[in-house]
Design a protein around this ligand. Sequence first.
Ligand code: ADP
Ligand code: GN1
Ligand code: MG
Length: 358
Amino acid sequence: MKSNPVAEHLSQCYGLNDANISLKPIGNGHINTTMLLKADDQALVVQKLNTDVFPAPEKLVENARLIEQHLTKKNNNGEYDLDIIRHVPTIENDFLVEYDRGVWRALEFIGGSYSEDVVASISQAQTAANAFGQFALALQDFQAEQLHHVIPNFHNLEMRFAAFKKVLEQNPLNRTALCQDDVDFCLAQQNLVAELKALDGTIPLRPCHNDTKINNMLFCTKSDNAKAVIDLDTCMPGYWLFDFGDMVRTFCSPEQEDSTNLNNVRVREEIFAAIVKGYVEPLQNVITDAEKQSFWLGTKVMTFMIGLRFLTDFIDGDNYFATKHANHNLERARNQFALYRDILDKEHTLKAILEINN
Ligand code: ADP
Ligand code: GN1
Ligand code: MG
């Protein structure tokens, strides 16, 4: 079967037998274009990197490979049990391929696995949170200063507000008229900036994953155990509250991140409890009390901040996140704000689960 030119080119670059090539999209990532390249019994995950988001792809690959090497050492010492996402070089020993005005990289395909967009059960939440905890523990002694800041200020809420206000001023497509209530709601949450800043110096900077969405975890098809933490592109120094908060944001709601069924967007408290239990267990000997206390702020900040980023992108004309239809980013933003509101409503319960005194 003759395949498309991209598939042919990539299979040549990576030395795949190009007899029966196929190239099919996999996953629901918002940034890169992720495809499964198959040839006979070989398979590679190939990704066209979004160079607007990652303008220096070679730095992104350097970062991910450093982490890969660190995790491999841990694995060899019996200190890390999960599979490790590994970059695959071309036959010329390059890690990036420029083709058709895009930049591609290849990763080993982790077979016998699946990812989820919505957490299906309490045990699944605990399993995934525990795996992200194991990942955090394994990176604890990784010198995070070695990492390039591939996206500077990634979780800097003050900078995210500045970007939002700039877009509001420009209002390039006059979309603010469609979302004035959402805009006002966001502007009323600016107190979170000071709350977050107040933590500086009170909790350690850690090597963080920074994108602990449920679909950045691979589960084993046979056992349903966690198989691999994936999407290491935003690993940078940060606070563990970011990773905790992003898990809450993406594990707790029974609805997809872009669901418009806002009546059902809510925090499932039992899932929240499972995240706390799963994540803290591997970190119990290293996590500080202040860090654990900061998880409440992480819960609020991460859910709100991604909503703010979706709304910013909507007003800006959908230039950052991949969208599937008009208003997709607005729908995502409203979904995240509904979740954030429910988090605020459940403050007492969620803090009690975190064992924070009110
Ligand atoms: P993005 O940066 O666009 O989010 P990801 O690296 O998260 O891209 O990949 C998107 C999806 O592709 C994942 O959610 C997962 O379903 C699938 N995937 C990615 N890498 C692998 C891999 N090495 N093996 C198997 N599936 C993978
Ligand atoms: C993006 O790449 P993906 O889909 O795993 C985004 C995250 C957001 C997330 C929202 C590099 O993650 O920061 O939280 O969408 N990644 C980048 O779903 O911006
Ligand atoms: Mg991803």
